[in-house]
Design a protein around this ligand. Structure first.
Ligand code: C5P
Length: 218
């Protein structure tokens, strides 16, 4: 662990997509590289924090000095996050699937020639950010969520901050080439207003956010 302004703090970060099994070979997922979430975990550790990174399936290497718990589904992500508490802050950067299949088939679903495609019944997944932000003795002091929007980016983020009960929302405009890309243009929505950050590398977004988190926890 490096020494820094976050020494002695424990911070939970979620990253990557979740995979929701349909049957043993198929799943539902969101598009997410895990780049931004992993960069945030790296930047927080560089400031001295003890970081628990709960990650869905990604092609990113485990950030050095970070405790990584790998999960697949949203329900596993929630359980891993709850097991990691208490934490001083939580940053939910994962692209969690909103729905899972109502039932997972034990065996591979067979294509029957001429038969209609099977219906997929969905069930709502738990909202990890909203759960962590809900009042309770183990609520992290600072809970940060992300909002990926293609329009009305700031208005939607302000509404999302209230709906989720979190402290900050990092809003990004994903109408361009942000998904899987190297750069991000974000707005930081806090209780005291909105900051428009210039377009920068995801690592720089991570470093700037980590510095803001260190200030907030100081
Ligand atoms: O509701 P929406 O998916 O737009 O919210 C995005 C934010 O909520 C992100 O911070 C994401 O990590 C978090 N989230 C979550 N669990 C869900 C859905 C979203 O933690 N089931």
């Amino acid at each position: 662990l490096s020494a820094g302004p976050l020494t002695g703090r424990h911070i939970l970060v979620t990253s990557g997509p979740t995979h929701e099994p349909i049957d043993p070979v198929r799943y539902i997922a969101n598009r997410s590289s895990g780049k931004q979430g992993h960069a945030i975990a790296t930047a927080l550790a560089a400031l001295g924090a003890r970081v628990t990174l709960v990650s869905g399936p990604v092609n990113q290497p485990d950030p050095p000095g970070v405790t990584v718990t790998r999960i697949e589904s949203a329900r596993e992500m929630l359980a891993a996050c709850e097991a990691a508490l208490p934490a001083d802050a939580a940053v939910c950067a994962a692209a969690v699937a909103d729905w899972r299949t109502a039932r997972e088939a034990d065996q591979k679903m067979k294509k029957v020639p001429g038969a209609a495609p099977p219906p997929l019944e969905l069930a709502l997944n738990p909202d990890i950010l909203a759960t962590l932000a809900a009042a309770g003795p183990h609520r992290p002091r600072l809970v940060v969520g992300f909002a990926a929007e293609t329009e009305h980016v700031v208005d939607n983020a302000v509404a999302k901050r209230a709906r989720k009960g979190c402290d900050w929302i990092v809003a990004n405009d994903v109408s361009g080439d942000v998904m899987g890309g190297a750069e991000n243009a974000v707005h930081l929505v806090t209780g005291s207003g909105i900051e428009d950050w210039p377009r920068m590398a995801k690592e720089d977004v991570a470093r700037r956010l980590a510095a803001r988190i260190a200030e907030a926890l100081a």
